[in-house]
Design a protein around this ligand. Structure first.
Ligand code: GLY
Ligand code: MN
Ligand code: MN
Length: 460
């Protein structure tokens, strides 16, 4: 945990922003995997972590702004609990660690919330994403579960985004740590991958590094010789010479800050000539996008510049054609680059996505594009110092999508379908780094992780 004052200051700011009401935070609970006592790995809710810091299941908290009270709810453990799980600080001690004034047993929560509702106080809560918390909220607030997300407090969402979007120096140090562990995972994968091995062997090895460092994965490992499948969690393929491995994985450190890095490398010692050509296009787009980052620039414009840069590369290879400004404006590039350039990152790998992507990534009045590809851009707003974001362009050859567009004669003026035949089995390449926006420009977080062709091949 950070010092108690850090959490107290964050709550103070939240109170100042919201001005009135009662804010209800529900921590996460253990979730049974195949029976209750055999749970999934526990992950605390990130908003709870941000404002109270306690990494422990079965907690809730209220900030009663109108009556100036901060109450942590949870139960002291019994001797029976101690026998099975060991001793734990008391709830009073936890409250002190996060600077909250009061601690109460969980059974008091319902009464406190009901009293607030009876007295006409607004109850602010964030959109729930865990079913047990949905059921609890339904009981506490008498809101049907299907309506809970839409009933979440927009004022609270905006106030949280207004704080969590700007990483403090303490947080940035944690993020550097997460990215450094993530870098070790990637170097181990690039060094260790062997022809004939399963993807699972590599995925398990990198997961072990994240866990050994005291944290865990920040999201399930994406690692595949079929890099064109964007979020491929199947690890059943055997690595074959001539293929590339796309590895998109990261550690979250013990404080739960996330790293999210992608590297693509050849199974053999060297990239093929065809792989090099595409790799160099993605790398140039990535390096140029990172270089352009500074306060004030919109991430939408950085996304579109990267799309344009990759379209130029594809035109030089004869895969795209025609007026590229028009091609990018109409979305033709999305055949090869069907996702966004990046997203905020912090306590969540897609930071604050539980609060709603548009609150996090789009300014008021900035509409989200409905166009295939650009629609997936999670961050489009103007960048500000303290933001940490990912830069992750990629080029993919998705046979099913190519076939569909070719049949539909979609964007024939921009896409050279006959030339694409030779790329059907190419796979995909993505390169991703995590970048802090500074007052002067930007800083790539963590120790550099090999990404030029020479650097990557030197590890094979
Ligand atoms: N790791 C998922 C992503 O890059 O957004
Ligand atoms: Mn990623
Ligand atoms: Mn990412």
């Amino acid at each position: 945990m950070f010092a108690a004052a850090t959490y107290a200051e964050r709550r103070q700011r939240l109170k100042a922003d919201l001005k009135t009401g009662l804010v209800l935070f529900l921590g996460n609970r253990e979730v049974g995997m195949n029976y209750t006592a055999n749970p999934y790995h526990f992950r605390q809710d990130s908003n709870f972590l941000y404002f109270f810091g306690i990494d422990k299941p079965d907690l809730a908290a209220i900030i009663d702004i109108d009556n100036d009270r901060e109450i942590l709810f949870g139960d002291d453990i019994s001797m029976e609990d101690i026998v099975w799980t060991g001793p734990m600080p008391s709830m009073r001690a936890w409250a002190e660690r996060c600077g909250a004034g009061e601690a109460m047993p969980m059974r008091r929560l319902a009464g406190m919330v009901k009293k607030a509702r009876r007295s006409g106080q607004i109850v602010h809560f964030t959109p729930p994403y865990r079913h047990d918390n949905m059921l609890l909220l339904k009981d506490l607030l008498n809101i049907p579960t299907p309506k809970l997300k839409a009933s979440a407090s927009e004022a609270l969402i905006r106030a949280i985004v207004a704080q969590r979007s700007y990483k403090s120096d303490d947080e940035i140090a944690q993020m550097e740590d997460a990215v450094d562990v993530t870098g070790i995972m990637h170097v181990a994968a690039m060094r260790g991958a062997m022809e004939g091995q399963t993807e699972a062997a590599l995925a398990g090895m990198v997961q072990g590094i994240a866990v050994s460092a005291g944290g865990n994965l920040s999201y399930p490992v994406i690692l595949s010789v079929h890099g064109q499948i964007l979020h491929n969690h199947h690890h059943g393929n055997i690595l074959e010479n001539g293929q590339m491995v796309l590895g998109d994985f990261g550690a979250e450190n013990a404080m739960h800050y996330a790293g999210d890095i992608t590297r693509t490398f050849p199974v053999g010692k060297k990239f093929t000539a065809k792989q090099r050509e595409i790799y160099e296009i993605v790398l140039a787009a990535q390096v140029e996008a990172v270089a352009s980052l500074k306060p004030g620039i919109t991430y939408m414009s950085v996304h579109l510049a990267a799309a344009r840069r990759m379209a130029e590369g594809l035109k030089a290879l004869g895969l795209m054609q025609g007026d590229l400004d028009e091609a990018v404006a109409q979305g033709a590039h999305a055949l090869f680059f069907p996702h966004g350039l990046g997203h905020m990152i912090g306590l969540d790998v897609h930071d604050m996505e539980d609060l709603g992507e548009n609150y996090v990534g789009y300014a008021d009045g900035q509409a989200r594009s409905p166009q295939f590809g650009t629609a997936y851009l999670r961050l489009a707003r103007a960048l500000e110092p303290g933001f940490v974001l990912t830069v992750e362009p990629g080029l993919y050859f998705i046979p099913e999508l190519i076939d569909q567009w070719r049949r539909q004669k979609k964007f024939e003026q921009f896409i050279n379908y006959p030339a694409l035949k030779k790329y059907r089995d190419f796979g995909g390449i993505r390169i991703e780094d995590n970048v802090l926006i500074t007052p002067q420009g930007h800083r790539v977080l963590g120790q550099p992780i090999p990404k030029t062709i020479a650097e990557v091949e030197a590890l094979r």
